[in-house]
Design a protein around this ligand. Structure first.
Ligand code: DP6
Length: 403
């Protein structure tokens, strides 16, 4: 790289952002353009060592157009939600500069931007990537333009659930009351350090890709499901207060039960949608039954499942349950021996199962039904990467490597 080229990219910023998993689900909008939800929701931010998006944004006077690369492939920068995020960050930057004394070092808002973004997990695995993606985009652009403060409102314009990825730990998205969405923001209920024993297993199940996207699915639900209306008006407000209390008290029994019940009610609203939507498949239902047998065997809630708009299970438990439950999953869904690592992420020690547990919990094995298990835990919000060697864009403003 020449010194000339180095000079041309005026600014480049790289951030990473996490995935989050809701334990009180968001499903349904009251405003499609501003992405305002019909109910508040609550999620756990997952650790970026296992699941993260990385984004670099660069601006230069030499760039002739805004450009975007997703996992090394050039993509359409004209997507309305991406444009909304870009417009909002630039608007905040303008507002900030207008109110402060003249800052001649500030990046020109008329420069075009190049954006490159990558996930450290396969997109094909069907793990929610839009939340991490938009949280990362907004964090990166905000840093590039020197914007600080409330950014969850901007991330929300990319994808509703993205606003919750702007914070670490346990995060609530307040539905808000205002028509302009200024109060529809994410707030931290507790940091990731609050519950050090909490662990998360993502069970990536085999099967086809998702049928109905969240955006279209929840719109049909809003239009047709009386259960969803009741849920938003009556059930969620009560559950949210209860969930906050369980988290504050680190009450796994309460947290786990409510997590499972809320996932089940979300999927019930999908069945109540007309025409109905099915996100769970036979393997998902096997996992649900397995979790309940496991808990029944122990006489308390040891594991708690939750499912989003797809068949993969996310299972919460305390650290002392991981080894035994992983072994139960391995026995129930014997991995196809294709050499792939079955357990990924945080280390899992091996456990042998007592005969009685084997007999009562492990039913008919379904070989190959679970592709792999990812072991992770709650983690922090978006991070800045200061080391320029970690930028996804080179000094010429183009992706350094392609996927
Ligand atoms: C089932 O945030 O993907 O994961 O706002 O239309 O982009 P849009 O939808 P999205 O919906 C997520 C729905 C969910 C539940 C949740 O994360 O709360």
């Amino acid at each position: 790289r020449s010194a000339m080229a180095e000079e041309r990219v005026l600014a480049a910023v790289t951030c990473t952002a996490p995935v989050n998993i809701a334990v009180i689900k968001y499903w349904g909008k009251r405003d499609n353009d501003l992405i305002l939800p019909i109910n508040s929701s609550l999620s756990v931010t997952l650790h970026q060592d296992q699941l993260k998006t990385t984004t670099t944004a660069a601006a230069s006077r030499d760039f002739t157009e805004d450009r975007l690369w997703l996992n090394g492939e050039e993509a359409d920068v004209g997507h309305p939600r991406l444009q909304a995020c870009l417009r909002e960050v630039r608007r905040l930057a303008r507002k900030r500069r207008g109110s402060s004394t003249e800052d001649t070092t500030a990046l020109s808002l008329s420069y075009k931007v190049h954006i490159a973004t990558e996930n450290n997990f396969p997109t094909a695995a069907g793990l929610a990537s839009s939340a991490a993606g938009y949280a990362c985009l907004v964090s990166t652009l905000a840093r590039l333009y020197g914007v600080e403060g409330e950014l969850s409102e901007v991330a929300r314009r990319g994808s509703g659930s993205a606003c919750r990825s702007m914070l670490g730990g346990f995060v609530q998205w307040q539905r808000g009351e205002r028509p302009d969405g200024r109060d529809s923001i994410a707030q931290q209920v507790a940091p990731e350090t609050h519950w050090p024993e909490l662990r998360v297993l993502v069970l990536v199940v085999s099967g086809e890709k998702k049928q109905v996207g969240s955006t279209a699915g929840m719109q049909t639900s809003v239009d047709t499901s009386p259960l969803l209306k009741h849920r938003a008006e009556v059930v969620v407000p009560e559950r949210l207060a209860l969930m906050v209390r369980h988290i504050r008290e680190r009450d796994f029994e309460g947290f786990g039960q409510l997590t499972m019940q809320d996932s089940n009610q979300f999927h019930a609203t999908c069945l109540d949608t007309f025409p109905p939507i099915f996100y769970l498949n036979d393997i998902s239902r096997h996992i649900i039954a397995l979790a309940h047998r496991f808990n029944a065997h122990h006489g308390c809630t040891k594991v708690a499942y939750t499912f989003d708009a797809g068949p993969n299970a996310v299972i919460f438990m305390l650290a002392d349950t991981v080894a035994e439950f992983v072994e139960v999953v391995r026995r129930s869904f014997p991995p196809a021996t294709n050499g792939d690592q079955f357990v990924r992420g945080l280390p899992v020690i091996s456990a042998s199962l007592p005969e009685e547990l084997l007999a009562t919990v492990v039913a008919e094995p379904v070989p190959g039904a679970v592709r792999y298990i990812l072991h992770t835990k709650p983690g922090p919000g978006p991070q800045f990467l200061d080391d320029p060697s970690q930028h996804l864009l080179g000094a010429d403003g183009l992706p350094r490597r392609t996927a």
